[in-house]
Design a protein around this ligand. Sequence first.
Ligand code: IPM
Ligand code: MN
Length: 362
Amino acid sequence: MGKSFKIAVLSGDGIGPEVMAEALKILDAIQDKYSVVFERTFANVGGIAIDVDGKALPEQTVATCKASDAILFGSVGGPKWETLPPDEQPERGALLPLRKIFGLFCNLRPAIIFPALTSASSLKEEVIDGGFNLLVVRELTGGIYFAEPKGITGEGSERTGFDTMKYSDAEVERISHVAFQTARKRSSKVCSIDKANVLSTSVLWREVVERVAKGYPDVELTHMYVDNAAMQLVRWPKQFDVMLCGNMFGDIISDEAAMLTGSLGMLPSASLAEGTFGMYEPSGGSAPDIAGQGIANPIAQILSASMMLRYSFGMIEAADAVDAAVEKTLNQGFRTGDIFQGLDGERKVNTVAMGDAIIANL
Ligand code: IPM
Ligand code: MN
């Protein structure tokens, strides 16, 4: 028997458990093929954790994650918990502390148009032709999300809400290295996103990125103001390869990039710490409207498991095999409802059948 890896499985709410079941089936198949063992421990997170344990991220769940090599995350949230105070809601109450506790400073969010699905994009055919494949590298544990002071003070019309936008040299340097190293394995282009015409944070950001770039003379670096970048993304997305962003700009740009692919249910993400620990989750949400019906698209969850194999377990060959199996399944015409367009050769399938088809292609 070969290696063994420990995975904390946090399926969460909505479609989370349904799509997670398919990702775990894929991991079963990988175990057999590559003689590895994936030890899984299930733990509550999000709304289900609020209901069962009284909060979105229970201590027991944190302990399970600490004892693991990686976290495979489903999705959290739903109408049932939307009236709770913001800090206690499933999304904020679970995701932000997980990022902080585990030092998940680097968020990789690929936005890929699969050739079989170009017509699902909201962009015109000539803009999309040939597809695109870009990667948002988002700093995830700093910036305006976490810097202090933040809060609400005062009374009446003087009541004031405030947040602090702040980045240290070291924080920018660390995420920049990831962007340049990742770009080297792609088409060697980094576009750094900032607002250096207004914000001091961004002036420093740009200086540090320039300095780090000197160590990567083979990678082409450009800079773009975030407002222009938002515009360029819809105008001509193919100009981008790696987009390097701070926390808040990356939050916005990655949603925009994801939607351009027309297939939110298809995109995975990775949140990485220094070393090999990481958390892997689909980019789409918990989709409460279709939860429990067995019709959700499991591909984002499956591709998230593939990113886990790649980045936390170093199983590049297995990850490539999963990615290829997904692409082949799409080329064969298998479609869950969200990506079914009624075109010739398409076969509408449910969650389980999509998982089975991908395994058959593995
Ligand atoms: C995301 C989400 C989170 C964020 C929220 C739910 C806290 O939008 O992962 O992009 O803003 O980072
Ligand atoms: Mn977001």
